[in-house]
Design a protein around this ligand. Structure first.
Ligand SMILES: NC(=O)c1ccc[n+]([C@@H]2O[C@H](COP(=O)([O-])OP(=O)(O)OC[C@H]3O[C@@H](n4cnc5c(N)ncnc54)[C@H](O)[C@@H]3O)[C@@H](O)[C@H]2O)c1
Length: 367
């Protein structure tokens, strides 16, 4: 892997063309008739170590969409793990279907056997629609799994650590843009008050920020508004708010042709994966609008740091938080590097991740 390749959003996808273009090492298609399991495991790169990334259960509109998602997500994990200094490669899995209908002990245990077949080249964890209790079933079939509850020697829910790392990245971006990382009285929009968003709102409110939240779930909005004193805004209005910082913590691709021209903030720093609809175009567009973007895969790495600590054994929560705190300095370095080299912050972060992979590719690693 010598350069960073862009993801294209073409309608049709040719498996070999796409995996060779993006540099994937291996893609495994898993099928099991009795349980109805249809899954794809994407292993993007294992130069730094075994690939690690969560399993997402999603009712994809087509198999192409599922394939595209797993390729995109596993590639993202390679760069996230690399820039975070973890000895891990990038991988991800998707299980196709409506989680509410297909999820069963049998399906999850069968999926675990497919993971096991890879002999440790891919280590799984939670992602969308996969909870800690689901991971327990997967773990009955394979030891190549993280995200187990703390009572089972695992690291538990990674979301609080993800939120902490995101908060660190946000503070670093504030330091760069506003000259101080103090978020007191800063106006901040948080889009999505799910697992990560809620923990982030809690931290921001504790620091005295004025927080505006949006979600598609009224009950979540009500709960977070009442508990932390955040103000509710509509899903659409969130892009037009006169705020200092926008924190996307729901979906990807919310930084796009439509939204960027509406944003009034000076900083974007959130936990959602793949926030830039197009890495090049929208990365540049943000610069032109005078908005500093803290790369998502850098500042949302707290969760995978949690998984890595569990994978290494002897999990210690304080150590994971110490590691997540390093996101502050890395983010500042990346923002400065981007400014100096007149490149987007996303490019600067990708370059650093790629350099580590290239450098370490020349060293014989054992894992
Ligand atoms: N959980 C982690 O540790 C972790 C780690 C790294 C990255 N991420 C990323 O962070 C994001 C949030 O993760 P999570 O675990 O909190 O997920 P989650 O599913 O718990 O929360 C997402 C929230 O976004 C809301 N939402 C969906 N569409 C929305 C819309 N159009 N507008 C506003 N809100 C909307 C959902 O209702 C939900 O409350 C995801 O993109 C995820 O990939 C999470």
């Amino acid at each position: 892997m010598s350069e960073v390749k862009e993801i294209e959003s073409a309608e049709e996808i040719s498996v070999f063309e796409e995996i060779s273009r993006l540099g994937h090492e291996q893609v495994m298609f898993c099928h099991d008739e009795p349980t109805g399991l249809k899954a794809i495991i994407g292993i993007h790169n294992t130069v730094l170590g075994p690939s690690l990334g969560g399993t997402r259960i999603w009712n994809y509109a087509s198999e192409e969409e599922a394939l595209r998602d797993v390729l995109r997500l596993s590639r993202g994990m390679t760069f996230k793990n690399a820039i975070s200094g973890l000895n891990l490669g990038g991988g991800k899995a998707v299980i196709i279907g409506d989680a509410a209908k297909i999820k069963s002990e049998a399906l999850l245990r069968r999926f675990g056997r497919f993971v096991d077949d890879l002999g440790g080249k891919y280590i799984t964890a939670e992602d969308v629609n996969m909870k800690t209790s689901d991971i327990e079933y997967v773990a009955m079939s394979t030891e190549h799994v993280t995200g187990l509850p703390e009572v089972m020697g695992g690291g538990g829910d990674p979301s609080p650590v993800t939120a902490y790392g995101t908060y660190m990245g946000m503070k670093a971006a504030a330091k760069k843009v506003y000259g101080s990382d103090n978020l007191e009285n800063k106006k901040i929009t948080v889009q999505g008050v799910g697992q990560v968003g809620t923990y982030l709102v809690e931290r921001l409110r504790k620091e005295g920020a004025e927080v505006f939240i949006s979600d598609i779930s009224d009950s979540k909005l009500q709960k977070v508004a009442e508990e932390f004193g955040a103000k509710v805004v509509s899903q659409e209005d969130i892009y037009d708010m006169d705020v200092d910082i926008y924190a996307p913590c729901a979906l990807g691709a919310t930084l796009n042709d439509d939204t960027i021209s509406r944003l009034k903030c000076k900083v974007v720093a959130g936990a959602a994966n793949n926030q830039l609809a197009d890495e090049q175009i929208h990365g540049r567009m943000l610069i032109e609008r005078g908005i500093t973007y803290a790369p998502d895969f850098l500042i949302n790495a707290g969760g995978v740091m949690n998984c890595y600590a569990e994978y290494q054994g002897g999990y210690k929560r304080e150590k994971v938080y110490q590691k997540a705190e390093t996101i502050y300095n890395i983010t500042l370095d990346i923002l400065n590097k981007a400014e100096k080299e007149d490149i987007t912050t996303q490019e600067a972060a990708l370059k650093l991740a790629l350099k580590r992979i290239t450098d370490m590719g020349n060293v014989k690693l054992a894992y």
